[in-house]
Design a protein around this ligand. Structure first.
Ligand code: SAM
Length: 280
């Protein structure tokens, strides 16, 4: 394997630091540095960008991001066993890698970074969706980040890019597609990871839109989509009846048939309904 830096191969790093993977931390490591550099390139030109990486582990993707020219990487890792390996990378790239030993769900690292900021991570499966929803639903839009380049289980990636009529279409697709342009850019088989997971994984690149695709109040849209997809096989006049006493009229005013089901309604329809519900 061609080396992208002068640091030891990741197999040696894992052996020397005794980083036996822990399932409860979602630890499936990428050891091929050519592959991690390729994933880093999928985030676009990183020169002049600060990057947040959640879960660097032994640092394969971190090394890819640094080798590809990221101005600075802020890596948040919950497992303290990984810190010595990450300190070696930090020493090889002076002033460009900071590591925070914390749970990514419990810290806000934004005040330590300078725009433009990109988020690039091979996310731990147990917290990936929750982090994505947080990044997609900030109080203000545009958010602090320009793009997200994230590895998920393939099935989650498909839910992010799904279109109406597809069984993967739901709340995650609507949240993502309302305010970003999401694309699956790479799919990897289990053997790409150590240890191999049971399923395939995919990298999704989400480029933020400066304005949401259609006007709507985010809180109302979120409430409508939660109600509609909690009972996705029901007709909307029934799943949404708690929203307004005249829900059938509001659905019609938004151009939606009250007998339609959530999975058949495009994003534009949900946004039109959110505007109807917002009208007194
Ligand atoms: N980036 C490495 C790679 O690609 O080889 C490791 C990816 S591994 C799928 C996920 C990493 O996230 C592990 O290193 C794990 O310890 C870390 N992790 C798990 N839960 C976390 C959390 N709540 N906050 C921060 N890191 C977490």
């Amino acid at each position: 394997m061609a080396m992208i830096d002068g640091l030891p191969p990741l197999r040696d790093v894992i052996r020397d630091h005794d980083l036996v993977a822990k399932k409860q931390l979602g630890q499936n490591f990428l050891l091929d540095l050519n592959l991690t550099a390729k994933i880093a390139r999928m985030a676009g030109d990183l020169k002049g960008c600060d990057v947040i990486e959640v879960g660097p582990g032994p640092g394969g993707l971190t090394r890819g991001l640094l080798a590809e020219g990221a101005r600075r990487v802020l890596a948040i890792e919950k497992d303290p066993r990984c810190l010595p390996a990450l300190a070696e990378i930090s020493a090889a790239y002076p002033g460009r890698l900071d590591v925070i030993n914390a749970d990514a769900l419990s810290i806000d690292p934004t005040d330590r970074l300078t725009a433009p900021i990109r988020i690039v991570s091979n996310l731990p499966y147990n917290v990936g969706t929750e982090l994505l929803i947080r990044w997609l639903t900030p109080a203000q839009w545009p958010p602090f980040w320009d793009s997200l380049t994230l590895m998920f289980q393939k099935e989650v990636a498909e839910r992010i890019v799904a279109k109406p009529g597809n069984k993967a279409y739901g709340r995650l697709a609507l949240l993502a597609q309302w305010r970003t342009e999401p694309r699956i850019v790479l799919t990897l088989p289990p053997e790409a990871f150590t240890p191999p997971p049971k399923i395939h994984s995919s990298v999704v690149h989400l480029k933020r839109l400066e304005e949401p695709r259609y006007p709507a109040d985010g809180t109302i849209l979120s409430r409508i989509t939660a109600m509609a997809f909690n009972q996705r096989r029901k007709m909307l006049r029934s799943s949404l009846k708690g929203l307004a006493p005249d829900i059938e009229d509001r659905l019609v005013a938004a151009g939606i048939k009250p007998t339609d089901r959530a999975e058949d309604i495009p994003l534009e329809g949900f946004c039109a309904l959110a505007r109807e519900i917002a009208r007194k």
